[in-house]
Design a binder for this molecule. Structure first.
Ligand SMILES: Nc1ncnc2c1ncn2[C@@H]1O[C@H](COP(=O)(O)OP(=O)(O)O)[C@@H](O)[C@H]1O
Ligand SMILES: [Mg+2]
Length: 131
């Protein structure tokens, strides 16, 4: 398990590379590697821009049926998300973004869990399995 900081744009670039390496090591196809890296990029950017910075934990995992995968846990202690369902709506943004980061990320991975408490922060856990 590796923990990487998310405090700058350069950190986001490093996270993309780190996730690419973990995805390749766990045997994900090139297409699935790219899907996971794209999701990681959006979620890291959200942690940075909306969450005021945080961390991501990157872990290569194995499923009950013996499949390899990569699990990413993004955590921040920012303002949180008052309405999670609304935030997951295609095109909804509280700022000037495209509002496709959360909804798009959810479609690119196999497992997606978003937990947020206003005032306490936001946690997003995603998993991509090799097939
Ligand atoms: N880590 C976070 N902390 C606080 N709010 C967040 C976080 N991630 C997402 N959000 C909220 O969810 C909304 C939708 O996120 P997203 O789909 O990535 O769109 P965008 O980043 O383009 O605004 C954001 O506009 C923001 O209000
Ligand atoms: Mg976003």
């Amino acid at each position: 398990m590796d923990e990487l900081p998310i405090q700058t744009g350069d950190d986001v670039v490093r996270i993309r590379q780190h996730v690419r390496n973990a995805a390749a090591a766990s045997g994900l196809s090139l297409v699935d590697q790219t899907k996971l890296v794209t999701a990681a990029s959006e979620l890291a950017r959200n942690t940075l821009i909306h969450g005021g910075g945080g961390v991501v934990r990157v872990e290569v995992v194995k499923s009950a049926v013996g499949r390899n995968g990569v699990r990413l846990h993004f955590a921040d202690e920012g303002p949180g998300i008052p309405d999670v369902d609304l935030a997951l709506t295609d095109g909804w943004t509280s700022g000037s973004g495209l509002g496709l980061g959360l909804s798009g990320s959810r479609r690119l991975v196999d497992e997606f869990e978003l937990k947020s408490e206003p005032g306490l922060g936001t946690n997003v856990v995603v998993v991509k399995w090799s097939r």
